[in-house]
Every structure is written in C-alpha cells, then in structure tokens.
Design a protein around this ligand. Sequence first.
Ligand SMILES: [Zn+2]
Ligand SMILES: [Zn+2]
Length: 127
Amino acid sequence: MTKLLSPVLADYGEHHVAFWCPGCHCSHVLSVSGPGAIWGWDRNVDRPTFTPSVLFRSGHHIPSEAGKRCWCDANRERVAEGKEPYGFSCGVCHSFVTDGRVQFLGDCTHHLAGQTVDLPEYPQCRG
Ligand SMILES: [Zn+2]
Ligand SMILES: [Zn+2]
C-alpha cells in the first residue's frame, strides 16, 4: 500500500519520494535526503520542485547496458513468434519538475517529449 504525501507525491520511506510519470506510465522514485540524496526538493508536497533535472534511462539507453540483450530484443522475438510484445520497452525520460509541473525534454523517447504537463494524481492501489 502506497503512502501518499499529497495527491501527486508518494512516500517511499525515509529518504525517497515518488511521482507518477505520465510519459512512462510508471512511478519515478527520487532520493531526496540522506547520504545518497541526488535531488534537492523544496518540501512542497502539492506542487513539488526537484533539482536538478530528473533523468531515467532503461534497457540499452543505460550506458553500461549498451550492446547487451534488452527489451528491444525480447520484444522483437515475441513479435517474430506472432505474439504481443511485452509491456516494457527501453527508453529515456528526462524532465524538470518545477512547481508541480513536469517539463519533458526533447530527448525523452515517449510521447510527451517536448511537452509540459501537470503532475498527475498518484494512482493508489485499492483493496
Ligand atoms: Zn518518466
Ligand atoms: Zn533496447
């Protein structure tokens, strides 16, 4: 069960918070305090600002994973077998989260590249 700090921000323990990314359709967890902190956070839970920019890479977009087997290979094999691709893919998500809005930069691989949107409500598990 996810503990929410506000409609848009989830509590991921002592040093982490998460927001729901409408580009990736998944949560991005940020380390904002403690010795491993990467991002600054203004402690605003309703309209948060994180600095510097938020960059997430997956699959072959991770420099150390380049050239290794990735989701592209797995999905290509699935399609070759006549099946639906997996619900995962390799990607880049790069944004500035400022005052409760997400400004996606042009190097994102998803459909919101270059757009600015409000942080969506964090989906809460029911039941
Ligand atoms: Zn994202
Ligand atoms: Zn890939």
